[in-house]
Design a protein. Structure first.
Length: 335
């Protein structure tokens, strides 16, 4: 049997070096942050770099997916926090709405806070109330006669009574006009002879003086208002020829109730008599507001009838004028 021997047929592994093309390292370029560089095995020829990158790419995709899920959850969390912040005022309002005290609280709305201030308690009666300030409070100073000294000289005996209100003459209120029927408050229109038209708001007028002041200070129509007995008189002061006209606005009856509705070619409108005594006229309003002077328990009138009968009339308890036609002729004398 012949024997076959071969020598030098096996590669010299120890001689495999950089000169062998199969053992050359194949780099795909700069690392660029890659953890594994592309390399070809010296014997197998397998690109282990690409193989490792392929294996790690799947794991890296799972990490990316988890990171994306985290970002989505954080966005939802931000949305829930925003929703919670928006619902907080609604929650507070709903809790307030469930309290009984919420429906027992009243709010006050004033058309003119400069005139007065108002607060409402839990026992207030809901509604609309109208107030008109007549006069601002002011201080009063009374000056006495001189005294010899401030410690020993007496002031004399008697009673000194100080009270509010009073006066020699009170202003006539609009409610006293037209036999106590008053005046419907609203707007009036005045056009002077020069064609100047003013719409005057009398909705807040309380007295006749308020009406006169509003007309005289209208700033547009040249007209002057004054009173004459129980009438209001308007005089054109424009200085030109023409007609003076007064009318109501928007269906109001203010000018009509004041007795000044109409047109005058002479420049003067004399209103109708809107102030006269009636059954409801208070005795305190007569004599320019000075009232009727009476003495309690003493007859104020002595009336002698035609048959000689004498009637003693006590008016100390009378409050208003009550007109009743007399069926007999009487002669009255005032005491």
């Amino acid at each position: 049997m012949s024997s076959v021997s071969s020598t030098g047929s096996l590669p010299n592994l120890s001689s495999v070096g950089g000169t062998n093309s199969a053992s050359n390292t194949a780099s795909s370029g700069p690392n660029n942050g890659s953890l594994v560089s592309a390399a070809v095995g010296p014997v197998s020829g397998i690109n282990y770099g690409n193989l490792i990158q392929a294996l790690t790419a799947n794991q890296q995709q799972q990490v990316s997916n988890i990171q994306n899920n985290i970002s989505a959850l954080q966005a939802k969390q931000t949305g829930y926090q925003t929703l919670e912040a928006n619902l907080a005022p609604l929650t507070t309002a709903a809790q307030t709405l469930g309290l009984a005290s919420t429906f027992q609280t009243f709010q006050v709305q004033l058309s003119d806070p400069n005139q007065l201030s108002v607060t409402a308690s839990n026992s207030a009666a809901p509604g609309t109330y109208q107030f008109q300030s007549l006069q601002l409070a002011s201080s009063q100073v009374s000056l006495s006669q001189g005294f010899a000294n401030a410690t020993t000289q007496t002031l004399g005996t008697g009673t000194l009574t100080i009270s509010g209100g009073g006066g020699l003459s009170t202003e006539t209120t609009l409610s006293d006009l037209n036999g106590g029927q008053g005046v419907q408050r609203g707007d009036i229109r005045i056009t002077d002879a020069a064609g100047h038209t003013a719409v005057i708001d009398l909705s807040t007028a309380y007295t006749v003086n308020d009406v006169l002041n509003a007309i005289n200070n209208n700033g547009v129509a040249d007209v002057t208002a004054s009173t004459n007995g129980g009438q209001i008189t308007l005089k054109d002061t424009s200085g030109v020829s023409g007609s003076l006209t007064v009318s109501d606005v928007n269906g109001d009856k203010t000018a009509d109730n004041l007795g000044i509705t109409g047109t005058s070619a002479t420049g003067t409108i004399t209103g109708t008599n809107v102030y006269q005594a009636s059954a409801n006229t208070a005795l305190s309003q007569i004599n320019d507001g000075n009232g009727l002077y009476t003495i309690s328990g003493v007859p104020a009138l002595s009336i002698t009838l035609s048959d000689g009968t004498n009637l003693q009339v006590n008016l100390s308890s009378a409050a208003t004028v009550v007109h009743r036609p007399s069926r007999r002729v009487v002669h009255s004398t005032s005491r």
